[in-house]
Each structure stands twice: as structure tokens, then as C-alpha cells.
Design a protein. Sequence first.
Length: 417
Amino acid sequence: MNTIRHKTKLAAAITLALATFSAQAAEVEVLHWWTSGGEAKSVAELKKLMQAKGDTWKDFAVSGGGGENAMTVLKSRVVAGDPPTAAQIKGPSIQEWGAEGVLADLSSTAKAGNWDTLLPPVVSKVMKYKGNYVAVPVNVHRVNWMWVNPAVFNKAGAKVPTTWAEFPDAADKLQKAGFIAVAHGGQPWQDFTIFESVVLGVGGPEFYQKAMVDLDQTALKSATMTKAFDTFRTVRKYVDKDFSGRDWNLATQMVIQGKAGMQFMGDWAKGEFTAAGKKPGKDYLCVDVPGTQGDFTFNIDSFVMFKQSSSDAKKGQEDLANAIMSPSFQETFNLNKGSIPARLDVKMDKFDDCAKKSNADFVASSKTGSLVPSIAHQMAVPAATTGAIQDVVTQFFNSNMSSKQAVEKLASAAKTQ
Ligand code: BGC
């Protein structure tokens, strides 16, 4: 009798335990814009980890490089009172969302996980709103890269340019040999990505900081900025006639397939080379944008969590935050994504030479003042200002606007709040 009662009690306990377990299997809906080959492979790692924790991953992917489409969709969901569990948001926008009062406070997870010691200050600063963690970083991307097909350069007898003065000669040679010199997708954020690198190469990091981060009117209206627009115009001469609207990863494919010589793009482009089985140093080269040797425009991807009332949802958010910060995720994700881990303690042994260079330059540039936030990737100034400046850059790229006019427009766009 006693044994039977004991067995019944045990069965009840097991049923209860199972029910509790399944109640804790949270569904996490995650908004992101990682839809290219390399990006999709990277985000699949996060999904795997969450599933291993017993959570259900609800993918909320909004295509469109640079994330503009994703941000529009996100706003409408939040306004409708139905935010996703987590969303890919970065830079000063984290502050803007924080001020709306809709973000979950991740302080206790961050404290338990020692995030303050694991993350470099340049990263942790971006993740906090009023001193509390509200975002989790997945990586550090470097934007000022030039992706080169060395076979194409060889065939054209062209030398990889290290300064903007050398650039036209190399580009001319590539064109004469029948190649597209610059693989580019004409979308505003891609134009802006080239522009910020040109500003850095022409003016140097101190100038970049003054103009693109501090929005200093004198720097914005300076002769150096006029020169940056002139150089940007030169780059425009070397893109093919079908560039308008092309996605960035299709432009990367042009370099991979040997149709084009080079592309100016952040190291998410490396994710495409990696996904295509290409090897750095052999099939392609990662080179500093002319004139930016050792400088580093950083772009940190991160996720915020939206306030939730149910304990299941909160558990899902905690699982997600812990998964993102785990060393194994930071390693695998970034091997696929082209970026470097946000955590300082992840070993770089498995990473290629491009990532190792990025890592070394990230550390070195943080000491010399040549580590600057990417404006094109929403790390430098508030979203409205970024948008206004980007509009000027794109208008210039797609018209005959003079550099002098562009400088005036740029300086007034920088006043947009
Ligand atoms: C993001 C990258 C992404 C790229 C292209 C950037 O703004 O930081 O993670 O791969 O846009 O979509």
C-alpha cells in the first residue's frame, strides 16, 4: 500500500516537474535583418542555442541591408502595443528606445554574468541606458574595409591603392581590362558606407570625429569636407551602370566571381566570402580603405529586450541574453559573420587573418584615438540626424550636385534633431 502511494506521489511529482518544464519553454520572437547567405548562417547559431535551452525561436527577419526596413516595421509593432521579445537595435538608438521606457532592464543578468569585466568600455557604454544594461552585444564589425579580388587586380596589372591619390590609376586599369572597378549597390546606406570611409581616409580620425560625431559646423563646412566630396565623386565614376538598388551582398558576389575588382563595405562582406568557401589572402584580400591604415570605424550589433509581463517571456529573454554572451556563441557567430567577438576574453585562434587584424587594430586604435563610431551604421549620432545626413550624401551621389553645395547641405542637415 505504502509503495503504491509512494509510486503515485512520484508520478504526480514527475508530471508536475514536466509541466513546470514545459511552462518554462519560452517563445522568443527576435527581430533582425540578417537575411544574406553569411548573415543567415550566423543567426542560425543563435536559434540553435535557444532551442537547446528548450526555448522556441520565432524568427522575425525583415530583409534590407543596414536595417532601415527592420526599424520601420519595429516601430509599427511597438506603436501597436505588440513589441517582439527582442530586436536588433544599436548605437544611440538604444538611448532613444530607453527614453521611451519600453526596454527591459538586464542589470541582474549582466551582474551575474560579469558583463562589466568581460566587455571593453567602448562596447558596454553603448549597451547601457542611464547606467543599466538594456542591450547585449553580439560582435564588433569594422566598416573601413576594402574587399579586393587579387586575381582581377593581377590581370589588370593594377596595384591595390593605399591612398586616395593612387585610387584612380588602379580603377582606370581595372576598367581598361574590362572589369567593373568598384562593386557597389546604390542604396542610401551603401552610398553612406563609402562616404564615411572616404571622410576618414581624406581627413583622418580626428577630423572624422569632429565632423561625423561631434557635428562641428566648422569641420562640416571645411575645405577637407569639400575634398572628401570630390573624392566621393571620383569613386562614383567607377561603379557600373546597373548599380542602382542592388543589394550589398550581390555587389560582394561580383568581387567573389571576378567581375569586379573591389568593394568598400564592412566586414559582414567577409561572411559572404566565407559562405562561398573563399580564403582570405588567397581568393580575396581584406585591405584598409585608402588612407585609413590602423584606423577603425566600429559598428556593434546588439539586441534589446522589450518589457514583458509573463515570467515565461522574461525567462526567454534571460536565456537569449546569456546565449548571446556565451563564449562559444561569440566565437561561432563571429566566425560566420565576419566580425570579431564583443567579449574581450574569446580566443582568436580559430579566426582568420582579417579578423586577427581587426582585433589587433580595435585594441590599438582604442588607445590612439583612431577608434571612431560608424555614422552610416547608426553608431555616431541620433537616428533623425543620421537620416538627414544620409539623404545629402545619397543626393550628391545620384546627381550633379557640386561638392561646395553638398558641404552647405551637409552642415544644415547636421542640425536636424
Ligand atoms: C549590420 C550588420 C549587417 C549589415 C548588412 C549593418 O548595419 O551591423 O550586421 O550585416 O548592416 O545588413
